[in-house]
Design a protein around this ligand. Structure first.
Ligand SMILES: *[C@@H]1O[C@H](CO)[C@@H](O)[C@H](O)[C@H]1NC(C)=O
Ligand SMILES: *[C@@H]1O[C@H](CO)[C@@H](O)[C@H](O)[C@H]1NC(C)=O
Length: 735
């Protein structure tokens, strides 16, 4: 085989030069020593039994132990950060006529929360990849079992006949029509204006047809007569109770499936697996597994791309980039999946809900990758089919990237549909390894992470690829409620993994590197670490109100390690964020969101996990809505926090904000009135600084409590609750 002087298809580069890595290690060492000193201080200076503040002292100590251990774990993802660089030109030169087939899976679950037009935009962006169409198949899994989604997909299959040639002819980007037409016609794009307007009209018409049908709540008879598929929806179908539906809307094997220019179209399949009320359906993992089996009956491609329905492809070459990692002659054999970061197209300038998480995506995940522990995040991920299906990696059992299609060739479309329906039935998985050793693992709300871990433990090597031009774009949360609920679910599921048999330290022992196991735990341990943050946000301020000091006085030597850790941690965090492209303001916003998440989402995740471990409640899955009204959208665009509802999470946020403004003012008053001796004054300085910082972070909360009049402000009931809680807490003695 011609490998062009052995040039590889991708390269791995260390992110930083050697010297700064040494500097970093020295810095980390000094922080580590300071942490030890802080622990020592807590041990040596603990107030005697019976003295005021002993319990608070112990709480602070436990928090500092948690913080310290967590900090040690996070070092594993900063030690060695790598970047991957694929060379798709070399791929084309060597393999253009031997490119493997690719199946794209798009998952949707509810036509109200995820409107059909959103879904088909993702589908169309995948259909129009710069890739041979006869090697591309798109599967839509509709867990809502909705004929509206089916209808939208049918419309999309027609629209594709115009859209794909247009994309090809003018090389337009991005290839999701909604995102493309959002921009105005740019003459520099070399697009014929006439065709642009024609296509835009075609798209708008299709969109309004779909929206009209959804609004009416029923599909007109004349549309139903156009496709046999509608006959599946009889009067008995309910969302959670229906037979398997598989409809091949475009059969890529058929030479008559062509666009308006006569070029072949990719295969397009609608699937809604069987659902019965008494049978567990395992949420998204169940639908992914059904997709794996159904696609094996229709195209059986060796590479699978997995997308959420709200995540369109922003780069028509993404498939080629990813293939470099699979097809490299030396290292490609071992690649199990290629994970792209989750990016969003709906981000405001200063990212008020901290959705982008640049540091996580550019540093932490790339750091885990260098240890071989890339996380599978459930979307924007290319898989090798055999590794996803449970095969172990072995050097001599090399899998070829060819699809085995003996069963498929030449069979009529109806037979394929029937065969597919069988494997999408509830009963099919009984007594099989699906959900255990094969496919996505069941029984955990964040099944992706567990699945990724099991794949690594079977000897495969995943890759994290973070291109500068974002390849996949989803929709970020646009209200605080969405943002917090989403994180509650993630952190809760992650913490469950830590407590289960899949805990990376146990399950991965001997199979993955220790650093990779630690890297996983950066995410899995977010829930318990919330306790430490809660303690830090509440205890010192409360003690300030009661005149109890919990930090060493400023003139004491013990104060130094506290100051050092605090200042360097924030300075380093800020430098890191700026180096990743955050603005100063977005860094500041991120500090607020961290505080909110840790005191609410992660805290509730912790409580719920413990309750579940004790056997009290069942996992529930909340899909967060992707659409909000115009008013809310306006506020989002103006970067104003959206509270609105009276969730218990907001009560906590408001209470902490109130507590800190009280204690700060109280502390300042004491200082001003000079009611304290110099020594006592010095003892309270650290608490006053802490309250002051928390107060500054919470400024938007005070605005939402007192000065805003819009619907997104904090409700009065939350305001009163927080005032009452803070008053009671400051009056009650705390011993
Ligand atoms: C995303 O945000 C932009 C402005 O930032 C807005 O114009 C657009 O409507 C939003 N789209 C969705 C789907 O929320
Ligand atoms: C999406 O793609 C377009 C061009 O195709 C590019 O200009 C834009 O920067 C990309 N979006 C992001 C967020 O990278």
């Amino acid at each position: 085989m011609n490998t062009e002087n052995g040039l590889s298809l991708f390269e791995t580069k260390a992110a930083k030069g050697g010297s700064s890595a040494v500097a970093y290690k020295f810095f980390a060492f000094t922080v580590f020593v300071s942490i030890i000193l802080i622990w020592l201080y807590r041990l040596i200076c603990i107030p005697g039994a019976g003295e005021g503040g002993r319990w608070v002292w112990i709480c602070m100590f436990v928090s500092e132990i948690l913080f310290g251990l967590y900090w040690i774990i996070t070092q594993s993802v900063r030690w060695n950060v790598v970047h991957r660089i694929p060379f798709k030109n070399r791929l084309s030169l060597r393999y253009e006529d031997k490119l493997p087939e690719v199946d794209v899976f798009v998952c949707t679950a509810d036509y109200v929360i995820e409107p059909p037009t959103l879904v088909i935009n993702t589908v169309l962006s995948a259909m129009s990849y710069n890739y041979p169409p006869e090697k591309l198949s798109i599967y839509l899994s509709d867990d809502g079992g909705s004929e509206f989604t089916f209808y939208a997909l049918l419309e999309a299959s027609e629209f594709a006949k115009n859209w794909l040639p247009f994309c090809k002819k003018f090389k337009v980007e991005p290839r999701a029509p909604a995102a493309y037409f959002e921009r105005n016609l740019d003459l520099q794009d070399h697009v014929s204006a006439q065709e642009w307007f024609e296509l835009k009209k075609l798209y708008e018409d299709m969109k309004s047809r779909i929206e009209t049908v959804v609004q009416k709540g029923a599909i007109p008879k004349e549309i139903k007569e156009k496709h046999k598929g509608f006959s599946e929806w009889n009067s008995k179908i309910a969302r959670n109770d229906h037979q398997s539906i598989v409809q091949i809307l475009i059969d890529g094997r058929n030479p008559n499936s062509v666009d308006i220019d006569g070029y072949l179209l990719p295969t397009l399949v609608y699937m809604s697996r069987e659902k019965r009320p008494q049978r567990p359906h395992h949420f998204k993992a169940g639908s992914m597994n059904a997709l794996i089996r159904v696609s094996s009956k229709i195209s059986n491609a060796p590479i699978i791309l997995n997308l959420d329905c709200d995540m369109y492809s922003n780069d028509s070459d993404a498939v080629r980039d990813a293939l470099c990692f699979f097809m490299d002659e030396k290292q490609g054999q071992k690649t199990s999946y290629v994970q792209y970061p989750q990016r969003y197209h709906n981000i405001t300038k200063n990212d008020i809900y901290f959705s982008v998480a640049r540091v996580t995506h550019q540093i932490e995940l790339a750091g885990i990758d260098s240890n071989g522990g890339t996380l599978y995040c459930g979307t924007g991920c290319f898989h090798r089919r055999v590794s996803l299906c449970g095969m172990k990696f072995s050097e001599d059992n090399r899998s070829e990237l060819k699809s085995v299609k003996d069963e498929i060739e030449g069979r009529p479309i109806e037979e394929l549909e029937e065969a597919s329906k069988l494997v999408a039935n509830c009963s099919y998985e009984e007594g099989t390894q699906w959900g255990k050793e094969m496919g996505l693992v069941y029984g955990c709300p964040v099944e992706d992470i567990v699945t990724g871990l099991t794949i690594q433990c079977r000897g495969w090597r995943p890759i994290y690829y973070n291109p500068s031009r974002y390849a996949f774009l989803g929709i970020a949360a646009t209200t605080l409620d969405q943002a917090l609920v989403q994180h509650k679910r993630w952190s809760e599921g992650s913490f469950q993994i830590f407590l289960s048999k899949y805990c990376p330290f146990i399950y991965g022992r001997g199979k993955t590197k220790l650093a990779a196991q630690m890297g996983y735990c950066v995410y899995l341990l977010r829930a318990p670490i919330s306790l430490a943050t809660l303690c830090y946000a509440i205890a010192p301020s409360l003690c300030l109100l009661h005149g109890i000091h919990v930090f060493p006085e400023v003139s004491s030597l013990w104060f130094l390690p506290f100051a050092y850790v605090f200042v360097t941690k924030y300075a380093y965090g800020l430098a890191e964020a700026l180096s990743c492209g955050d603005t100063l303001k977005s860094w500041w916003n991120s500090q607020r969101i961290w505080l909110f998440r840790r005191t609410t989402s992660y805290f509730f995740a912790f409580i719920d996990t413990i309750i579940r471990q004790l056997g009290f409640s069942q996992t529930t899955f909340i899909i967060t809505a992707k659409v909000v009204d115009d008013d809310v959208m306006k506020r989002y665009e103006n970067e104003i926090l959206e509270f609105g509802s009276s969730s218990i999470m907001f009560t906590i946020i408001a209470t902490i904000a109130m507590l800190n403004i009280f204690s700060f003012l109280w502390g300042i008053m004491r200082v001003v009135l000079a009611a304290e001796s110099t020594r006592a004054f010095q003892q309270f300085i650290p608490s006053i600084i802490l309250s002051g910082l928390l107060m500054m972070i919470n400024i938007p909360v005070y605005q939402a409590l007192f000065s805003r009049n819009d619907k997104g402000r904090i409700t009065f009931s939350v305001l009163w609750k927080s005032v009452i809680i803070v008053s009671v807490a400051s009056l009650l003695p705390i011993y």
